[in-house]
Design a protein around this ligand. Structure first.
Ligand code: SF4
Ligand code: SF4
Length: 174
């Protein structure tokens, strides 16, 4: 990361209260995703306190976090870890360090579907994601079962007021 990029990032992340983290690990103890993380939530807070930003941006943990808020509810200092994870993901995309490319692609296809229809079409999302990743026939049996049991629709449901949704994307392009 360049000095300028680090400075901008520090300004953005400084508004979050990670400096008050006590390393008590309560967040980690309640997090449902720790088994998939390289750095645990409390360790990520420590990395930020040490200004090891690049290491934090390179971590898989920021992509594995599902934003469930369990950590924030349990944290004695009320630190908003999911928001910090959001900032880290945005920054990782900006500087081109994406540790979990499949998760990133899934998020991207979901937002593209939301932009098109005003809500996410599961069928379109899975089709676009699988095509992009070249895993077209993987899970095809499961997909067919979902279609026959009407758990997934072929035709996307479209929101009438999707212009309003598109206006969000104009402000925050993908
Ligand atoms: S629960 Fe809060 S104070 Fe404790 S380690 Fe996690 S972020 Fe830090
Ligand atoms: S928001 Fe993320 S870090 Fe916090 S408990 Fe949920 S998955 Fe874990």
């Amino acid at each position: 990361m360049t000095k300028n990029a680090i400075k901008n990032f520090m300004e953005k992340i400084a508004e979050r209260d990670f400096s008050f983290c006590l390393t008590c690990q309560t967040c980690t103890n309640g997090c449902p995703c720790v088994s998939l993380m390289d750095y645990l939530p409390h360790q990520l807070m420590r990395l930020l306190q040490w200004e090891e930003f690049e290491e934090a941006l390179k971590s898989k943990a920021i992509w594995v976090c599902v934003g469930c808020n369990a950590c924030t509810h349990a944290c004695p200092m009320g630190i908003e870890i999911p928001e910090i994870m959001d900032i880290l993901r945005q920054e990782a995309i900006k500087v081109g360090i994406i540790a979990e490319k499949d998760i990133y692609e899934f998020h991207r296809q979901m937002l593209l579907s939301l932009k098109r229809h005003g809500r996410v079409s599961e069928f379109e999302l899975i089709l676009a994601y699988k095509t992009k990743k070249g895993h077209f026939f993987e899970d095809i049996t499961l997909g067919l079962q979902m279609l026959t049991k009407k758990k997934m629709k072929l035709k996307p449901a479209r929101l009438k007021e999707r212009k309003k949704i598109r206006a969000f994307f104009e402000k925050c392009p993908l």
